[in-house]
Write a protein that binds this ligand. Structure first.
Ligand code: CTP
Ligand code: CA
Length: 225
């Protein structure tokens, strides 16, 4: 029997999601990474697809199954994520930037495994990665923009600054550490927009993603009126 799904609140809307960490290679066996599991972003992609959206998920290096009905593009480094997100952003209605993008990468990737030298320390030279979300915000026809801010202190204040600096429509702020956020099953978010904040209490990332998609949709629809 064919299953007919009721039309969702995002039917016909194109949603782009970035998720997971990025890995910045140092040499053929080493890299700089971070503790992002990708689960929040994958849950957002799944929740959007269940609401009828056409979802593109640009995923950093994580071993998570692709949510049903989602077009997935795998990347490794911030530069690769930048390229794929920019290619998809112009035709997206909503961009949810859930990826934990590495801020820096090694200036050069060594062709061969770096050998230990002498008894002293070593210095790694880093250069800054492109700010993907800020570049999407600067597009002439930009999508509705939702950022994430994972912070260990002054969560709301830091998130508000990012909302303004990157000219976002909404930002989802979360405290990381203490069993929440990175690597955890559960999360809690504070959704911040220019006109106020709403706290979404601790829940599974899938439940939170469903609530987040409802809030995003309401504001996205209001912004189009
Ligand atoms: N982001 C991005 N590209 C980057 C860095 C961040 O798209 N190179 C996005 C993240 O996906 C997130 C938001 O910007 O949605 C905020 O990321 P965060 O790391 O908290 O902010 P930064 O601007 O990098 O500031 P800092 O790390 O110094 O707190
Ligand atoms: Ca950062």
């Amino acid at each position: 029997l064919a299953r007919h799904r009721a039309p969702g609140i995002l039917t016909g809307v194109r949603v782009l999601v970035s998720a997971g960490p990025t890995f910045e290679d140092i040499d053929p066996v080493r890299f700089l990474g971070n503790r992002s599991s990708g689960r929040m972003g994958f849950a957002v992609a799944e929740a959007a697809a269940r609401q009828g959206a056409q979802v593109t998920l640009v995923a950093g290096p994580v071993h998570l199954p692709t949510p049903a009905g989602v077009r997935r593009i795998n990347v490794r480094s911030a530069c690769e994520m930048h390229r794929e997100v920019m290619a998809a952003a112009a035709s997206a209605d909503i961009f949810v930037a859930a990826a934990a993008v590495g801020d820096y990468r090694p200036v050069a990737v060594a062709e061969h495994k770096i050998k230990k030298q002498g008894d002293g320390g070593m210095t790694l030279c880093l250069t800054q990665n492109p700010d993907i979300l800020a570049e999407v915000a600067a597009l002439p026809r930009r999508p509705f923009l939702v950022g994430f801010a994972a912070e260990t202190q002054d969560v709301e204040a830091h998130a508000r600054l990012k909302l303004e600096k990157k000219r976002l429509d909404m930002i989802a702020a979360n405290r990381v550490g203490g069993g929440l956020g990175f690597e955890a099953d559960d999360n809690a978010l504070t959704l911040i927009a220019a006109d106020g904040a709403e706290h979404l209490p601790t829940a599974s990332k899938r439940e939170l993603a469903r609530s987040l998609i409802e809030r995003i949709t309401a504001r996205f629809n209001a912004s189009r009126r």
